[in-house]
Write a protein that binds this ligand. Structure first.
Ligand code: AMP
Ligand code: GLY
Length: 423
């Protein structure tokens, strides 16, 4: 079968790479793709990123299945457009994508399903927001309702910061996304990314991963899209997985089914493992980035077959199995990230990095003549596995040491929380 991967980041590179290795897949296209994806798939320019544009592209390429990486096309209704045209797609309809597109929506779904999450108040005015602050100790969490590319959540340590954040969000610093706010209780615990594939009924869980959201070592500095992630089966025990599926994933899917908008695709639960058990920080309507890279690195078998079964609502018929070796992805980010980034810096060392036994997934890269240059905030995802988490970490950092570009930023402590936990 022929598959189209929609998107251009490290997550999409990992998807295209695994799909290219799938026996059931004869051809992989990516649109728009990036400089690295073109080694694993045929990149097709994206002239029109709207749902109709993607639909026209899928038709002209004659693909049998489209897999959507990022949230924006899903929230815009790409799956609705494909389904209305009788085309197979992996990703929820716009109604399901609201689980990520609106924090207020996902909180209401969680309330309806009795899903454990942080206590919260929803507000749209400054006065109500300031009043709501009295209900929470510090730190308090302020969230913009809409999509904000990872910039919509602020953990305010004190009242002054909370009020400043509220004022800025409501005044439009994030555009429409911040005109409605969720103010919620700060949860303490280990953060876990647990992503399941679902056709609306059946669930096929992937392996748990842990992201590193802030730009600096030791979880310091502003939040980013994710500076690195590792995937290790010990992150959640069997009992914890059952608890997350039973108390969080199943009831959420049940609410969406009951509302007549069943969720199909990748459901990403961002969890806090608190002293009172797992609680949901957020849902995403897609695979994680950078979680996809280490998760798919550990996946055995035919991803194309699994995704086709998902799109055809017969996910219950397929199984996946996982390599037991832990894996890790280090993100190499551009100068200035997560603020305004510089583009156009030449990158060297790809062959030497991969000779260490790692895979270098591309995110923000572009080919200019014979050079590959930076073209985004997160530039590369150096991914490796090992017999132990320590050896996976060592291999990935050895590989990353060969990669160079001006202003490169990389955290030195990806995976260290795991090392400490299991020491
Ligand atoms: P979200 O986009 O909702 O996942 O928030 C981004 C990040 O903010 C999360 O990955 C957490 O690190 C942090 N965060 C969000 N909500 C909370 C909360 N209620 N308590 C503690 N940390 C949170
Ligand atoms: N790495 C977090 C996310 O994909 O939202």
């Amino acid at each position: 079968m022929k598959i189209l991967v929609a998107g251009s980041g490290g997550r999409e590179h990992a998807l295209a790479w695994r799909l290219a290795q799938s026996p059931s897949v004869s051809k992989v296209y990516a649109s728009p793709g990036n400089a690295g994806i073109s080694a694993d798939a045929e990149c097709v320019p994206l002239i029109d990123p709207s749902p109709a544009g993607y639909l026209a592209l899928a038709k002209s390429l004659g693909v049998n299945l489209t897999v959507v990486g990022p949230e924006a096309p899903l929230v815009a209704g790409i799956a609705d457009a494909f389904l209305a045209d009788g085309r197979l797609i992996v990703g929820p309809t716009a109604a399901g994508a609201e689980m990520e597109g609106s924090k207020s929506f996902s909180k209401q779904v969680m309330a309806e399903g009795g899903v454990p999450t942080a206590r919260y108040v929803e507000v749209t005015t400054y006065d109500d927001a300031v009043k709501a602050l009295h209900q929470f100790p510090y730190p308090v969490v302020i969230k913009a309702d809409g999509l904000a590319a990872g910039k919509g959540v602020v953990i305010a340590e004190d009242r002054a910061t909370a009020i400043e954040t509220i004022s800025q969000f409501l005044a439009g610093s994030l555009g429409e996304a911040g005109k409605r706010l969720v103010i919620e209780e700060f949860l303490v615990g280990e953060e876990v990314s647990y992503i399941v594939m679902t056709d609306g009924e059946s669930i096929l869980a992937t392996e748990p991963a842990q992201d590193h959201k802030t730009i600096f070592d030791g979880d310091k500095g502003p939040n980013t899209g994710g500076m690195g992630a590792y995937c290790d089966s010990r992150i959640l025990t069997g009992a914890q997985r059952s608890e997350v599926i039973g108390k969080i994933i199943e009831p959420t899917l049940a609410v969406l089914r009951r509302r007549g908008t069943p969720f199909s695709g990748f459901l990403f639960a961002g969890l806090m493992m608190t002293a009172d058990g797992p609680k949901t920080l957020e849902f995403n309507c897609r695979f994680g980035d950078p979680e996809t890279q280490p998760i798919l690195y550990r996946m055995n078998g035919d991803l194309g077959e699994v995704l086709m079964a998902l799109a055809q609502k017969r996910l219950a018929e397929v199984k996946v199995d996982w390599n037991t070796e832990p894996s890790i992805c280090l993100v190499l980010a551009a100068a200035g990230y997560p603020g305004k980034v510089r583009a156009g810096d030449a990158i060297t060392g790809f062959a030497e990095a991969e000779a260490e036994g790692a895979k270098v997934f591309h995110a923000g890269t572009k080919r200019v003549g014979s050079d590959i240059v930076t073209a985004g905030g997160r530039v590369l995802g150096v991914t490796a596995s090992g017999a132990t988490l320590q050896s996976a970490i060592d291999r990935a950092y050895r590989a990353a040491s060969h990669l160079r570009f001006d202003g490169m930023q990389m955290r030195r402590d990806i995976g260290h929380k795991g090392l400490k936990r299991w020491a």
